[in-house]
Design a protein around this ligand. Sequence first.
Ligand SMILES: N=CN[C@@H](CCC(=O)O)C(=O)O
Ligand SMILES: [Zn+2]
Length: 433
Amino acid sequence: MDDKRIDLLVHNIGTLITMRGAPGPRKGAAMSDIGAVGRGAVAIRDGLVVAAGPEDEVIAGLEARGTTAASRLDAGGRLAAPGLVDPHTHLVHGGSREHELALKLKGVSYLDILAQGGGILSTVRATRQATEDELYTKAKKSLDTMLLHGVTTAEAKSGYGLTLEDELKQLRVAKRLDASHPVDLVSTFMGAHMVPEEYKGRSRDYVRLVIDEMMPEVKRQGLADYCDVFCEHGVFSVEESEELLAAARAMGFGIKIHADEIEPMGGAQLAGKLGCVSAEHLIAASDEGLEAMRGAGVIAVCLPATSFNLRLTKHARARAMIDRGMAVALSTDYNPGSSPTESIQLVMTLGCLNLGLTPEETMTAVTVNAACAIGKGDVAGTLEPGKLADLVLFDAPNVAYLPYHFGVNHVHAVVKRGKLVVYDGRLVPEGAR
Ligand SMILES: N=CN[C@@H](CCC(=O)O)C(=O)O
Ligand SMILES: [Zn+2]
């Protein structure tokens, strides 16, 4: 093999955000370092970055190796960033819940809708009824939308099946999509998303079912890397969450928790105590909870589209988290109830306006920190030699323009593993990649 070969040179980049830096999540003030380079270029071979930096240096490097690129992509002076990472989605599910909008407008709360057998439970019914192929087709459409918005790696949780077979069905769909779609998917088993209707009043029995039957089978089939639990009033208590996550950890899963979303439960403290890779939501997390997370290096995954859509007046205290030296990631929380949007760019806007992050911090939160929150920090989230050649070109003059000009899609092109998969804002057909 010709080790001098360069497959693709992306050049004439107005500003190149490399996110280069020390490995691992960026904490506190380091979240402002986005490694921006004026007039940049990225050289790619075998789907990996060979060089990313000032264009004159990258081209001089190619000349010194005595090579030219097999193909070139002129960025036209646009802004380039690492492929975005969405670290918390409920991608695979049946149905939709637009009927909840009228209830919400009448003032019925999310937890009240759930207590009446709606909410998550109505999506559980729709997901159980759907065939695996129906779920695949629906999730693929959402994944296409994510890719069109610049996402090249995402997480996908189960948790709308709540029987062994229906959970496995959701996880198989995510695996099939990971294999067939340009977006890389990390799967999370979330059998503890809700106590299903048939176990009403018997949550202990359901917790045992998840631990004794579901987790071992998911592990045996290699269908998920992580386990997650919805720790909330009326869902799983802190004690049940601890039991579930400790069991998951003992079986070799990475662990995550939906913590302190609506009520301050002590979920953030539990995340710190167990050493979860991440804790998500955190709208009601206490100072003690945040301190426990900081001490244990738990990444805070904040979901501002969810608080927006639930019409909550409180938001996750992401500004305070960064100021106390924590690592924050942002995510859509894409799901049919609390956050029906695939737009990570909208989340960046809400991250600035409602959580108080700077544009640079939001960029860190949807690249390197998001990648670390799903165990992909070694391959995704930055444009550095040896990392995946996942890159987005935005029709934007600078990083602040992305959250500033909101509600539209700024993506011009997406390169995934060195292949052009979105161009001129449209998906490149599979045969033409
Ligand atoms: N909060 C729990 N789970 C999801 C919502 C699921 C749903 O409403 O269907 C979330 O992260 O927001
Ligand atoms: Zn969620």
